[in-house]
Structure formats: C-alpha cells, structure tokens
Design a protein. Structure first.
Length: 335
C-alpha cells in the first residue's frame, strides 16, 4: 500500500503565496502580459477582435480557439489555431520563469521534501500543475550522493532538449527506483513536442538550453479547456492517467492539496470515482476553503467506504499547518 498526494493549484500557492493562478496570469498588467507577448502583428490584431466576454475567462478563451465550431471559416480556424498555440507558449514560458524565480527556502517545505525523499518511494504525487516547483524542491533537498533529475520523477521515457543536438544524455539516474513518482496529468511547462502525432517524442527542459534546440517544438500542456478529451490522445498522457488510476487504487492514504473538484473537470472527477469504487482509503483534504463549502463536492466523489478528514481546511497557510500537525514529517524540518 502507498500514500498519494493529489495536487491542484493551491499547492503551488502554498509554496509561494505570490505564485499566480492561471486566471491571474492572463489578466495581469505590466510589461509581461499577454498583449505585449503577442506584439503588434496579426496575432495581436486577431486577439483584439475577439469578444471581451470570451477573453475574460482563460478556460472559455482557449476552448473557443481550439474548438471547430460550425460557423468558423477556414481563415478563422487557422487564425484561432495560431493564437491558441501562441497563448499556450506564453503560459508555458511564464510558468518556467516563475518556477525558476521561486526560491522555496522555508525550512518547513524543505523538511517536507526531505521526509518524502527519505521514504524511498512510499509517497507519490499526481499533479495538475504546469510548474516545476515540486520537482525543484525535491531536487534541492536530495543528498549529493543520490541526486535526482527531472526524468527520474516523470515515470515516462523522455529525452532532454539537448539530445536534439546530438547530446546522448538520457536523464534517468541509477537511483530512479527510489524516486517519488510525479504524474503530471496536464503536461508540464518544461515539456515540448512537435505536435504532429500522438506518438511524438516528448522532450523536457532543464532550463539551461538555447532557444535553437526548441525549434519546431511546442509546449506540451493540456490547457484549461472545458472539453479536454481531444488532448488526451498522446500515448504519454494516456499512460500517465492509467498510472494515476493505479496509484489511487493502491493507496491507503490520499492527500488532496488545493483542489476542489470543480464540476467542469469531468476527467478528474471520473478518475477518482473509478479508482476508489472499491477503496477504503483514508482521504485528507488540505484546502484553504472552509469545510462547509468543500464537503458537498467531495461527498459527490467519494463513497461512504472512504474516510474523509477535513482537519486541514479553512486556513490560508493550511499546508504548513498540515506539516506541523504531523510529527513524522515535522521532525525533518530541523534535521
């Protein structure tokens, strides 16, 4: 039996309170907003021509751009596709930049990472987040003699971007079997692919490559569209979702951090309903929303044979409170 952390956007917010949600990212002002990223060409013109009511919500915007609606002309479809990929690229680059700039120096989070690493694969992670905050936190706290790389966590064979230039290095270390799994169900800001086939190679970035090695590649992220089914065709993503179901089936403890099962996220809701149909797992809800607001949504997902614990809800620093409230984790803060 194992223990699984399921992470939503609230987890990244817990590690860095200034870390934006995707909606914040799209609506921010300043020099690095979406309008400036698009520049002054045809993409910016097309973006400006879209209805304000569509652009107000990133989920609705990307759904509109990626959906083959019957009244769209061929010209509009091509313009929408180009704008869709430009916005996906903007999102990817922003999350890579934010992840690299975030210094998770608090002893409490470093202690959490050390505890996870010391359990040698007992704890695994399923995440919907694009950022690499979790991977970076774990790598930072690895002992020097057992240093992991991104690929060790990802559980799917990927090559570094530099391998496209002839560098033969493949990321996995000899310690891979002891690494916690990180299943990124919506892709990652540091994953790239050609976008031509469901079997295309996926490459990952270490953050130190030149832009030329990304030539012809697109970010591999599944955007927050209302219907994600069309994005689940890649063999890697299908494998990761199947692996996620298996992890949840086998888990005796599940910690859901910063995710509230919105009605629009049908895939995740069905994932849990399918995986836990015969489960007696204990489920811990770690969420800054109050229990009363959350309970109805969770009760729609979990059967009565699962025990649900709402101790760590209704507090801005609720993940910190969870760590401090568990002595087996807390003791690693000062180690």
């Amino acid at each position: 039996m194992s223990k699984v952390f399921f992470l939503g956007a609230g987890f990244s917010k817990a590690l860095n309170d200034n870390f934006p949600l995707l909606t914040d990212l799209m609506n921010e002002n300043g020099n690095e907003n979406i309008q400036n990223y698009l520049g002054k060409g045809s993409l910016k013109t097309h973006y400006d021509e879209l209805s304000t009511t569509i652009k107000e919500n990133v989920e609705e915007l990307l759904t509109y751009l990626s959906t083959d609606l019957p009244w769209k002309s061929d010209i509009t479809k091509h313009a929408n596709e180009a704008l869709y990929f430009a916005i996906s690229d903007f999102i990817s680059k922003k999350f890579i930049k934010l992840s690299s700039e975030t210094q998770t120096n608090q002893d409490i989070f470093n202690g959490f990472a050390r505890y996870i690493l010391n359990r040698h694969g007992e704890y695994n992670f399923i995440t919907l987040n694009y950022d690499t905050l979790l991977e970076d936190l774990l790598i930072k706290n690895c002992p020097q003699e057992n240093k992991f790389e991104y690929e060790d966590f990802y559980q799917y064979p990927m090559s570094t971007l530099n391998s496209r230039t002839g560098d033969p290095k493949w990321g996995r270390s000899k310690h891979t079997d002891t690494a916690p799994k990180i299943l990124k169900l919506h892709g990652s800001a540091n994953w790239f692919w050609a976008g031509t086939s469901p079997a295309d190679n996926i490459y990952y970035s270490n953050g130190n490559e030149s832009d030329t090695v990304k030539a012809g590649l697109k970010p591999y992220i599944i955007p927050p569209v209302m219907d994600k089914n069309a994005f689940y065709n890649h063999i890697a993503i299908r494998f990761l979702w199947q692996s996620a179901e298996q992890l949840l089936k086998e888990a005796n403890e599940i910690y859901i951090v910063g995710f509230s099962f919105p009605p629009t996220d049908i895939s995740v809701r069905f994932l849990f309903k399918s995986a836990l149909r015969n489960s007696q797992a204990k489920i811990f809800i770690i969420n800054s929303d109050k229990m009363g607001k959350l309970k109805k949504r969770y009760e729609e997902i979990f059967k009565e044979n699962c025990v649900t614990d709402y101790t760590y809800t209704g507090n801005k620093k609720v993940f910190e409170r969870f760590i401090r409230g568990n002595s087996f984790i807390h003791k690693h803060i000062i180690s």
